[in-house]
Design a protein around this ligand. Structure first.
Ligand SMILES: *Cc1c(COP(=O)(O)O)cnc(C)c1O
Length: 381
């Protein structure tokens, strides 16, 4: 920090990973040192331990840790046999990996609009997309709802439509691991749930990582096989096409320690979100968590008319912001050729122009947050 900078102008971190490092102290160093001593860098004992811990935490019968959240989606699509000629319904207002995974396995995303209050898949739009897709050549195969910014999508609503149409659900919980849906943690509501441990996610490791959750025994076995090149009875028996999809033992060791404080961090994130809502609800559209849902606040995203002007003013005040997402997927070059419900996504386009995310992490103290709130209020006044 510049010594001569006024304290009330000093830059605020968007996500403070070092504050968490400090809190965890020596525990992670010791856990990593243990791996460096036993040298089982691939599928070491920490990987099995983490999977058991994640299973206990989420309530999912099977947890398959893996390389990252994108591969988790690809592996889930491979394991469920999604491929060329298949339609997979997903939002356009999401991180690109959701649709990218569908294209990687040769299937077609069908872009659905979102609800402007929750940022998540709009069931009326999904119904319309289903009806429209039935008239074309694609086979209705799966739905990938996304729990955007940490709040679960309407998973029962999506599941009911999937069931009626002979489809299944792969839930993209990359931003919502630890969140609750009707009193239960995410991980068991869909046939398969995937998440990411990218450092900036609510539960992040110190590199890339991810996990897949399912209660289906057969699917779990298939996913474990895909994770190691479609391995069968042994290493050199290949029964299907797979990939190198494993989580490093070192990352598992980091996650075991971080998972211990995660419930406390989720509470802290909710306190930060509540303070933002209180401080900003009369000057901006603040995010709403539906009753019966619990968010982990991967992002705290507000909506304002003059979003870019607000970002510019805040940046001069040392308050970083981010735009998730300025350009929806259906407007991006590689995704333009895929179907869009009703040939337009009005809510998605509106949100892309209005959203702005504020600093959000469990260690955002009250005085710092007050500075953010005051700066936003002044800028909007
Ligand atoms: C981060 C993210 C992913 C991908 O996770 P990686 O670990 O970065 O590959 C997928 N979907 C959504 C919604 C995400 O936010």
């Amino acid at each position: 920090m510049n010594q001569h900078m006024r304290a009330d102008q000093a830059p605020i971190p968007f996500i403070d990973i070092s504050a968490q490092r400090k809190r965890l102290g020596k525990s992670i160093d010791d856990a990593v040192a243990k791996v460096l001593t036993h040298c089982q860098f691939i599928m070491g004992p920490e990987v099995r331990q983490l999977e058991a811990d994640l299973s206990a935490f989420s309530g999912a019968r099977h947890v398959i840790s893996n390389s990252n959240g994108t591969d988790a989606l690809i592996m889930a699509l491979m394991a469920t046999g999604v491929g060329p000629g298949d339609a997979v319904f997903c939002p356009s207002f999401t991180f690109c990996a959701t649709a990218e995974a569908i294209v990687v396995v040769g299937a077609s995303p069908v872009f659905v609009d979102v609800d402007e209050k929750t940022f998540n898949m709009d069931l009326a739009s999904l119904e319309r997309a289903v009806t429209e897709t039935k008239r074309g050549d694609l086979k209705l195969k799966a739905i990938i709802p996304v729990d955007l910014f940490g709040q679960p999508a309407d998973l029962d609503g999506v599941a009911a439509i999937a069931k009626r149409e002979g489809m299944f659900v792969i839930s993209d919980a990359a931003q919502s691991f630890g969140a609750t849906y009707k009193g239960k943690r995410v991980g068991t509501q869909a046939l398969v749930t995937t998440t990411s441990f990218f450092p900036a996610k609510p539960l992040g490791c110190y590199g890339d990582g991810g996990a897949i959750f399912t209660d289906d025994d057969k699917l779990a076995e298939t996913l474990r096989s895909i994770r190691v090149h479609g391995q069968g009875a042994d290493k050199y028996d290949n029964v299907r096409i797979g990939m190198t999809g494993r989580l490093d033992t070192i990352q598992a060791a980091v996650l075991i320690e971080k998972l211990k404080i995660f419930p406390d961090e989720i509470e802290a994130r909710n306190r930060v979100a509540a303070r933002y809502a209180e401080g900003l609800k009369d000057v901006a559209i603040v995010p709403e968590v539906r009753s019966g849902y619990g968010s982990v606040w991967a992002q705290y995203t507000i909506r304002v008319e003059k979003r870019d002007a607000l970002a510019a003013v805040l940046s001069t005040r040392g308050v970083p912001t981010a735009i998730y997402y300025p350009k929806p997927l259906h407007r991006q070059e590689p995704y333009k050729r895929y179907p869009v419900v009703g040939n337009g996504l009005p809510v998605t386009d509106k949100l892309a122009a209005e959203v702005i995310s504020l600093p959000m992490h469990p260690y955002l103290d009250e005085p710092t947050q007050e500075r953010v709130i005051a700066a936003v209020r002044e800028a909007l006044a």
